[in-house]
Design a protein around this ligand. Structure first.
Ligand SMILES: [Zn+2]
Length: 224
């Protein structure tokens, strides 16, 4: 996912609270932004490379519409893929990247909501599963490295609990909200062949934005 101007902070997000939706789980208590610390087994410098190691697929490419397969083994080959995904994400000014975007059919994604901060480690999520959604919804602008230039509002649960394996293979669970929750949900959609434009409610803005940037609305498949 890309964020247009890397909004000053996650709390700048405009939240439209819509109660009693389908997300019928117990609300997740909102908390102050948490410090996420991960073991740094993959060292990647947060900088732009002239030639990123991986090519990114774009809206219209079939590979983006296939459901990704579970990762069976977290090994050095997988960590090398993670390293290259992170390098590619930083090179393209992204804050999230899912394996299907680089034509790898695996349930794997990387997230860095603070790419300017060299000391903040990125998140690596392997076989992620969202175990809880907040009732509270938030509207926020999203972009995607697979749909460059297009930025549109999407409504999603404001907070989630997600379980996954990290890059060491260790099972983890995180409760996240605001920007990190949005990015993880956006990237997890990619693992199911869903693009953020499928979730855009404003059809006129969607048409205009896609056309303006050379994409076709025919490649959008609405989610219910
Ligand atoms: Zn995306």
């Amino acid at each position: 996912m890309t964020v247009p101007y890397l909004e000053a902070s996650a709390s700048c997000y405009n939240k439209d609270v819509i109660a009693n939706t389908d997300c019928a789980n117990t609300p997740i208590k909102r908390s102050n932004p948490i410090q996420i610390t991960m073991p740094a087994v993959i060292e990647v410098e947060k900088k732009k490379l002239k030639t990123p190691p991986l090519a990114i697929s774009h809206l219209g490419d079939r590979v983006l519409r296939q459901p990704a397969k579970r990762v069976s083994k977290v090994d050095n080959d997988l960590r090398e893929l993670v390293r290259q995904m992170l390098q590619t994400m930083y090179s393209e000014d992204g804050i999230g990247l899912a394996a299907p975007q680089v034509a790898v059919n695996k349930q794997l994604l990387v997230v860095d909501s603070d790419p300017e901060n060299a000391a903040a480690p990125p998140l690596v999520l392997i076989n992620p599963k969202i175990t809880r959604y907040s009732n509270e919804l938030a509207k926020g602008q999203e972009g995607c490295l697979s749909i460059p230039g297009v930025y549109l509002d999407v409504v999603r649960p404001a907070a989630i609990e997600v379980s996954f394996k990290d890059e060491t293979g260790r099972p983890r669970t995180l409760k996240v909200n605001d920007l990190v929750a949005r990015v993880i949900q956006h990237e997890m959609d990619h693992l199911n062949g869903v693009m953020f434009v499928d979730r855009v409610e404003n059809a006129i803005a969607l048409n205009q934005e896609l056309q303006k940037h050379g994409f076709s609305v025919k490649d959008v498949s609405k989610v219910s």
